[in-house]
Design a protein around this ligand. Structure first.
Ligand SMILES: [Zn+2]
Length: 516
């Protein structure tokens, strides 16, 4: 029987976000240890559920240390990083009896405030404690910026193959199955990486449409070949001003590594060739508002307008006002909008009763250079919800408990607005429904999310449009103060001599060396 240690430690760091990610940020979103984490996450779309499922199938003795998640935001403080990694290292070092393997649910885009590569640093500390022999399998979000250190220090890397991410559990089971074969001595995997000089895949790695569908078919077919255990296509997380940023392909395999690298390079070439082919048409907020104004549902469901640029799931502030301002100016009817992250306004509204007319200064408070200044509005308070708790019902977070913190629903013109305390993106219908707003019955639904919203909202939508409000996840990367990313880098640089880049960057291929 194998003894396996598991942990989840996830953060997607937007290095341009000025809100540090602290221990409190993890406590707010989700920080559970041992059996408490298992109870909360074992039956849902989580990495832990996939690890435990494999543990039951193979008869492992599993020790789960911690499940730590924070809302995407600014760099993780050293205190938070040290506090959350320490019990993982200690559990590995002081394991009762022999430890045969480790499984970690990671994001792959964590940047602490003292180094560029949080996952690499965690793995370095683990290897310092346990040595090189015990196999480590990690799962990543495909919005990972996969570093050479991750490839060096983990043996197995499996990224989710869906965006919206509906296969966390499946990917974790996949990594666990490969770990089982490794612990049994049947295989000896290594993970290689192929990159191109681009901040992200042209469609952020979306898998519901476009070229990723075909690429993933090729990846799955290659995974069926002997000596190949996992192929991952990472769209990357572009809002990270670090040296190792960008789209990548990883292959966890053994045997003829040059052949595996050639396969990954062909996929990477396709990602590069399609770099100009964005599927989303990014409207201005005025264009979006006009489309909403003209929209008639005729029984098809509402028009959904997503603010791509103010996606709190990408580490933005969630208080961009530009889209809401345009919708109010256009006097759209029968609409809802959410979230608007504004704790101050929630506090102010808590001093009133439903039905009151209140003057509020809404949103735009954190950094109005990105996404717009506060809105001076007269609103009617519709309802107050002191805890803001909800339980997800969709494919991504079904059964998981989350919270907006204290929240208020206000009506301005004919738009019901969800004003919340805790940053999060809109990706589940319960985030509206639990607070008395039924988006399926509206004509217009405005929300903050890039892509994850599609899992729950496309089924109720008559039409979906996407706009760029100029907030921190704007697709206009030139406005962000990149300094550390290597150049040239698409799309910061448009005319890149790729043949020269390949020649001077080992063909974009990284194969771990010293241990294998
Ligand atoms: Zn992601």
């Amino acid at each position: 029987m194998f003894n396996v240690l598991t942990a989840e430690f996830l953060h997607e760091t937007n290095t341009f976000c000025q809100l540090p990610t602290t221990l409190a940020s993890f406590a707010e979103r989700g920080l559970l240890y041992g059996s408490e984490a298992i109870a909360a996450r074992q039956d849902n779309n989580t990495e832990l559920a996939g690890f435990l499922e494999a543990g039951r199938a193979y008869g492992w003795h599993v020790t789960h240390v911690v499940s730590a998640h924070a809302q995407p935001g600014g760099p993780v403080t050293r205190e938070a990083f040290d506090t959350l990694t320490a019990p993982i290292i200690a559990a590995a070092r002081n394991h009762d009896g022999p430890l045969h393997g480790i499984l970690l649910g990671l994001h792959g885009a964590m940047v602490p405030d003292f180094c560029d590569d949080g996952e690499g640093e965690l793995l370095r500390r683990l290897r310092a404690a346990i040595g090189r022999d015990i196999p480590i399998g990690i799962t990543l979000d495909p919005h990972a910026n996969v570093s050479r250190a991750m490839c060096d220090l983990a043996d197995i890397i499996v990224s989710f193959k869906t965006y919206p991410h509906t296969d966390m559990r499946v990917a974790a089971r996949h990594a666990a199955d490969v770990l089982q074969r490794t612990m049994a001595g049947e295989i000896r995997p290594v993970t290689l990486r192929v990159t191109r000089p681009m901040l992200e895949e042209a469609n952020g790695g979306r898998t519901d449409t476009g070229p990723m569908i075909g690429r993933l078919e090729r990846a799955r077919a290659y995974e069926q070949q002997p000596d190949v255990f996992a192929v991952s296509i990472n769209g990357a997380f572009p809002n990270a001003d670090i040296a190792e940023v960008g789209a990548s392909i990883t292959v966890t395999a053994q045997g003829d590594l040059a052949r595996h690298a050639a396969f990954a390079s062909a996929l990477a070439d396709d990602v590069w060739a399609c770099r100009h082919d964005a599927i989303n048409q990014f409207l201005t907020v005025e264009q979006a508002a006009n489309r909403c104004k003209a929209y008639r549902p005729d029984g098809r469901g509402p028009i959904i307008v997503a603010d791509y640029a103010d996606n709190p799931g990408g580490g933005t502030y969630g208080d961009s006002t530009n889209l809401l301002r345009a919708l109010l100016d256009a006097e759209v009817q029968d609409a809802c909008f959410g979230p608007m992250v504004d704790p101050e306004t929630v506090q102010q509204l808590q001093r009133h009763a439903p039905g009151d007319t209140v003057h509020i200064r809404l949103g735009g408070k954190t950094d109005p250079r990105f996404g717009g200044t506060p809105l001076d509005l007269s609103c009617t308070l519709v309802s107050l919800h002191p805890d803001g708790n909800y339980t997800g019902s969709g494919a991504m977070i079904g059964g998981l408990q989350r919270s907006w913190g204290p929240l208020a629903v206000v009506l301005v013109g004919d738009i019901e607005i969800l004003v919340v305390t805790v940053r999060a993106q809109m990706l589940d219908l319960q985030q509206f429904l639990a607070f008395g707003i039924d988006p399926s019955r509206k004509q217009v639904v405005g929300l903050k999310s890039m892509q994850h919203f599609r899992a729950a909202f496309e089924p109720i939508a008559g039409e979906v449009i996407v706009c760029d409000s100029g907030a921190l996840c704007t697709v206009d990367y030139a406005v962000l103060p990149f300094a550390k990313v290597p150049r040239p880098m698409f799309p910061l640089d448009r005319d890149i001599d790729i043949a020269h880049w390949l020649q001077t960057h080992h063909q974009g291929v990284y194969i771990p060396g010293p241990y294998h």
